[in-house]
Design a protein around this ligand. Structure first.
Ligand code: NDP
Length: 265
């Protein structure tokens, strides 16, 4: 049996690429560990389940990232600030919590240089951590969401926010689909009239959905804009989690070629 066991907790969890990504990196780097998946139905049972399965670390996906935050004994400052944890490592019986989605996303969009203003389409859980890190890094983030309700906390945090009804068209350097529109249907994340006014002015368009070309990215390509899907975000959050899991024994660039193979299979 491997010396250390890791897992992803979520509901659903069967579709997750994380076991493949981490197992390829463990094998490639010769690190004695294995990574499995666990369907967790009740977020309140996260800590108890972690210890009963004798795990060294976990990733947490929908809908348990807030329960993961509550289960931790020690929080990394950024995870503490945003209240969302997607990576936990046990050290001396204590659970250490991190958020690697946001730094993964930041690294994924860093290839687009000379970007200052960013328009987020959507204001859900993924937008929460990524808007915070982008603002910390000096980007100017505006949120446009279908419904008003989710925008309240962003407004309270000082972000500029709009619904489809009151949106004011301006130039944004990057337009990012942070919604699930296009994931399992053919819908656009905002009315086409709005997209037709912001995409032509953008330097590039990004989608957090991965593994398919969404209607949003298709539209951006029709305007000859550089585009990027969510694969690098997924890969980079995994690499950063792996750095925590292995106590920083490997650098980002050492881990990357092994984990990247999960996207080539
Ligand atoms: P949430 O459920 O927290 O939020 C969903 C958001 O999408 C809300 O703002 C919602 O608006 C909006 N939305 C949903 N459907 C539509 C639609 N048809 N038209 C317009 N707006 C819509 O989701 P998450 O933040 O957890 O996930 C968002 C996306 O990010 C998903 O597609 C997920 O797959 C992807 N993701 C990618 C990752 C990666 O590594 N690449 C990591 C994590 C997530 P409203 O408030 O009006 O309901």
């Amino acid at each position: 049996m491997a010396k250390e066991i890791f897992a992803i907790f979520g509901n659903p969890v069967s579709h997750s690429k994380s076991p493949l990504m981490h197992n390829l990196a463990f094998a490639g780097l010769g690190y004695d560990a294995c990574y499995t998946r666990h369907l967790l139905e009740n977020g309140n049972a996260l800590k108890e389940t972690f210890f009963s399965l004798e795990l060294k670390g976990i990733n947490i996906t929908v809908p348990h990232k807030e329960a993961a935050f509550n289960a931790c004994d020690i929080l990394d400052p950024f995870a503490k600030k945003i209240g969302v944890v997607n990576t936990i490592v046990a050290r001396n019986g204590k659970l250490y919590g991190y958020n690697t989605d946001a730094p993964g996303f930041l690294k994924a969009i860093s290839e687009f240089t000379e970007v200052k203003t960013v328009l987020f389409l959507g204001a859900g859980g993924t937008a929460q951590s990524t808007s915070s890190i982008l603002r910390d890094e000096g980007y100017d983030v505006t949120l446009l969401n279908r419904s008003e309700g989710r925008l309240e906390k962003y407004k309270a945090d000082g972000f500029e926010t709009y619904t489809f009804e009151n949106f004011q068209v301006k130039a944004y350097d990057l337009v990012i689909n942070m919604t699930s529109a296009g994931l399992e249907d053919d819908s656009l994340p905002a009315p086409e009239s709005i997209l037709d006014s912001v995409i032509p002015q953008a330097k590039a368009c990004v989608d957090v959905i991965y593994g398919k070309e969404t209607p949003f990215l298709k539209l951006a390509k029709s305007y000859n804009k550089p585009t990027k899907d969510g694969s690098d975000m997924l890969l980079y959050q995994g690499i950063i989690a792996f750095e925590h899991f292995t106590n920083y024994a490997y650098t980002f660039d050492e881990i990357k070629p092994y984990m990247q193979r999960a996207f080539e299979l």
